[in-house]
Design a protein around this ligand. Structure first.
Ligand code: KG4
Ligand code: ZN
Length: 321
């Protein structure tokens, strides 16, 4: 069964054809990121206008590179929420019109759950995907808009255990990058810079929030701001060390909460998703800590950490069934 997925929740315009929920036949992504960079964050009005410009070509390219025609598509899956309303509307209207005109079912998908589904997708013949039999699992979605922990029983049953009380993890990376004048998006640049500052000279606080699976990163962000304002003109100030200390604090609270959830929910599988799943410190530290607790961690391939439509088509297959 071939599902055409469409994703337009933020600044990416994406379309993909996925067979049987797993095999990626095409995965096309266009982005308006460059248009937003000088503003230091996504401008919703610009994002939605670019979505309108890109959508036809992206969907067409996804069909061409899958060597498929519209009549080969069994259903259309599209991101319904959450996201920027103007951007979401472009994909939703396009997908609804397409499904009506083809007389094929339309499946509307939750973007956050789709991020977790990225772990089950076989992007290339060589890549290893999480087997379906590994469910139930705990799922951690960390992106620019969300930091949420789920108990995933099956593909229709996601129970929210906790989420951020203020900034999302990716948002904290973006804001700290702005404080340090590193540009947007902050995650990749802080990730790179941290490797030059990896010592424990600076320690930033970590929000514990006992008895809860919620996260909080705004106190940490404020600590980085005050530290930077106080020290930035001193000769030994190092933005690499600030970046490292900040990243360590975020990563250790993500690890602590998600492994705690695995223990309490008695599961041995931890799924990670969202843009922050690309973070190298998280990718190296989490599996080691998890193994000591008997938990296996799955990260999506890098290309599926960021917003994409393969994850939407993949989850769409299960909802369609
Ligand atoms: O999932 P995504 O593409 O979009 C949303 O749904 O929000 O995530 C984008 C977020 C940005 O905040 C970006 O700074 C962050 O993911 N990010 C990273 C890394 N790469 C992207 N954060 C930490 N380390 C990275 N390597
Ligand atoms: Zn996302």
């Amino acid at each position: 069964m071939n599902i055409l997925g469409i994703e337009t929740s933020c600044d990416e315009t994406a379309a993909a054809v996925v067979s049987d929920g797993v095999f990626v036949r095409s995965n096309v992504v266009a982005t308006s990121l460059k248009d937003h960079q000088r503003f230091g964050g996504i401008i919703p009005e610009i994002a939605s206008r670019r979505q309108i410009e890109f959508i036809d070509e992206v969907v067409l390219k996804s069909l061409l590179s899958a060597k498929a025609e519209l009549r080969d598509i069994d259903a259309v899956a599209v991101t319904r929420h959450p996201g920027l309303i103007g951007s979401l509307l472009v994909g939703l209207c396009f997908a609804r019109a397409l499904s009506r005109s083809l007389d094929k079912p339309l499946i509307e998908i939750d973007h956050i759950k789709a991020h977790l589904y990225s772990n089950f997708i076989q992007l290339t013949k060589e890549s290893t995907a999480c087997p379906f039999e590994r469910l139930p699992a705990v799922g951690l979605v960390v992106s620019g808009g969300h930091s949420s922990l789920y108990y995933v029983k099956d593909f229709k049953s996601f129970k929210l255990l906790g989420s951020t009380r203020d900034d999302a993890a990716g948002e904290a990376f973006d804001k700290v990058a702005r404080i340090l004048d590193l540009g947007y998006p902050g995650g990749p640049v802080i990730d790179r810079l941290s490797r030059q500052g990896n010592n424990d000279r600076i320690k930033f606080p970590k929000a514990i929030l006992p008895g809860s699976y919620d996260f909080s990163f705004s106190g940490l962000k404020t600590a980085v701001l005050y530290y930077t304002q106080k020290h930035k003109n001193k000769p030994d100030f190092s933005s690499a060390q600030v970046a490292y200390a900040f990243q360590e604090s975020v990563v250790s609270s993500l690890i602590e909460k998600s492994l705690d959830a695995c223990r309490k929910m008695k599961v041995k599988t931890l799924l990670i998703g969202g843009g922050v799943a690309a973070n190298s410190a998280l990718r190296s530290q989490l599996p080691l800590k998890a193994r000591s607790q008997g938990v296996d961690v799955f990260f999506p391939p890098m290309a599926l950490c960021m917003d994409n439509a393969a994850m939407v088509a993949g989850l769409g297959f299960h909802w369609h069934r």
